[in-house]
Design a protein around this ligand. Sequence first.
Ligand code: GAR
Length: 219
Amino acid sequence: MTEAHAPVKLVVLISGRGSNLRAILDAIDAGELSAVVSAVISNRAEAPGLVYARERAIDTLALDARDYPDREAYDQALQGMVDLFHPGLVVLAGFMRILTPGFVRHYAGRLINIHPSLLPEFRGLNTHQRAIEAGADEHGASVHFVTEELDGGPVIAQVHVPVLVEDSPESLAQRVLEQEHHLYVKVIQWIAEGRVTLEDDGPHFDGKPLKTPKQLEAK
Ligand code: GAR
């Protein structure tokens, strides 16, 4: 980790468990990630990840979609809340909502998502079950800049996880999740160091176009 860069300010959006959020906070504590989590925001007030963030004395906010007339109004309110914290990077960590084009454009180049598949394969839900049903011998996770397309957007890095004959969706999900945690921390650190950026022609790595996603070794 280079010390020359100021810690990047993160706002993390979650919907549930928040294990990726925990991994980010653990990496910050361990000095592996030059970042500070300014706020955690959820669309579900009961998200366990919010409880954990509060225990860590991090600002938390919950925004219930039922309180807003439509998706545009919800995302405008969400954007207003996120912007209160002036984040350098907005991190989707299991935030299970489709975002409006206006929201995505507002954070262009500073909005990333982690998805449990080797994108572009298996966008959407139940990726582990679908990978097993498709007879895939490899599965994994991807981190990508968010664009208006669901689970689309240029992929920055991926990690591969073998699918075992005895795998259930749950066992595969567990092994992928462990790798997600390393992958997300790594990519956030690259962004914090200015090594990964989104330019007009796509993502750049160390100042050069990233033609294919970085492939990380599983830990
Ligand atoms: C993670 O597996 C993440 O990749 C997935 O939700 C889970 C959240 O877990 N995200 C998506 O499927 C986005 N399309 P967590 O709350 O323990 O971090």
